[in-house]
Design a protein around this ligand. Structure first.
Ligand code: ADP
Ligand code: MG
Length: 221
């Protein structure tokens, strides 16, 4: 089968002086195109570490991670960052928006970096999809928590990534906003057929994904 993500035998440990913490142990994961997956697990079990490995932010000590048939760890930094910007996007618990730029400019940013002449037009379109056209010129500080997270989602999706990696994307929102953000991510996942990997400790959110995996002792139990 042609998987969008395919990980085999990955190991990762943090080395801090004499302390070694083996966080990921001989882990395998295959993700099909368009699939939605929740990764559940207790705090500190290695969920964020795993997302960083999948996104090529950290490099496994051993094992192979292929995304769209490319072994990201064979790329140099420049190639990796180009590969990432074409194929992957991240959403975090805290939005990481640029505070001095409007919602629209924040959303345009990934395309401005790629010198896309249609950046503004595309950003307006996606701003519309996330229901924030009236907030285009607001700064992040002038938006609510839920609105900021919508902007972060719009920014993550504007490059039409093949895979969206979300680390506790609703962790900072109340129940109603969390549901709305999740609805939005799932709708966009279905329309764009991008794979969605959501790390969460919320079982209600996990239950909405097609597949639920629990990370425990460095592996999926
Ligand atoms: N930079 C780091 N250096 C050393 N240990 C770390 C570092 N980051 C995370 N850890 C440890 O690795 C384990 C997994 O962390 P993390 O992936 O953040 O867990 P989760 O996202 O599931 O809460 C934890 O025990 C954490 O303390
Ligand atoms: Mg985490």
């Amino acid at each position: 089968m042609n998987n969008l993500i395919s990980c085999h035998g990955i190991n990762y440990q943090y080395r801090d002086g004499k302390h070694h913490t083996q966080v990921i142990k001989d882990l395998n994961l295959d993700v099909a195109a368009g699939e939605s997956i929740a990764i559940l697990g207790q705090s500190g079990c290695g969920k964020s570490t795993l997302l960083n490995l999948l996104g090529g932010i950290d490099r496994p000590d051993s094992g192979q991670i292929k995304i769209n048939n490319t072994d990201i760890n064979t790329l140099d930094e420049q190639e990796k960052s180009e590969f990432r910007s074409k194929n992957l996007s991240f959403i975090y618990q805290f939005h990481h928006l640029l505070k001095d730029f409007s919602a629209l400019k924040n959303i345009m940013m990934p395309l401005l970096i790629q010198s896309d002449p249609d950046a503004k037009q595309k950003a307006m379109k996606i701003l519309n999809k996330v229901g924030l056209e009236s907030r285009a010129n607001h700064l992040p500080s002038e938006l609510s928590g839920g609105e900021r997270q919508r902007v972060a989602i719009a920014r993550a999706l504007i490059t039409q990534p093949k895979c969206l990696l979300a680390d506790e994307p609703t962790g900072n929102l109340d129940g109603k906003n969390a549901q709305e953000i999740l609805d939005l991510m799932m709708t966009l996942n279905q329309t764009h057929n991008n794979s969605l990997i959501v790390v969460t400790h919320d079982e209600k959110i996990a239950a909405r994904m097609r597949r639920v995996l629990v990370l425990e002792n460095g592996q999926f139990s």
